[in-house]
Write a protein that binds this ligand. Structure first.
Ligand code: SF4
Ligand code: SF4
Length: 90
């Protein structure tokens, strides 16, 4: 159904899956880590993550699905409260 029929816009969301080169999480050199004390649950990180690697809970909390997180740092860049730090893997 399109917007004209339902009156509501559809949001195109996809779920991460393993690609031909394996899990995107295997590429990661830096790991994003959320400070829950600073997170305002705005969900911008969830919206901008190109891998769909951020999950949201019923209480609004967010967390990374590290199997699919490639460590690009976009979530950290868009976070308005600077709640996401990138730490070196290993
Ligand atoms: S580092 Fe990139 S891939 Fe990983 S959760 Fe953040 S935006 Fe998504
Ligand atoms: S962008 Fe930052 S403040 Fe917003 S939900 Fe993500 S971690 Fe929390």
């Amino acid at each position: 159904m399109n917007k004209a029929k339902t009156g509501r816009a559809k949001v195109a969301l996809s779920k991460p899956s393993e690609g031909a080169s394996g899990l995107t999480g295997l590429w990661r050199l830096r790991r994003p880590v959320i400070d829950p004390a600073k997170c305002t649950k705005c969900h911008l990180c969830w919206l901008y993550c190109p891998e769909g690697a951020i999950a949201r809970g019923a209480d609004g909390a967010v967390w990374m699905i590290y199997e699919y997180c490639k460590g690009c740092g976009i979530c950290s860049e868009v976070c308005p409260s600077k709640s996401i730090s990138l730490v070196k893997e290993g």
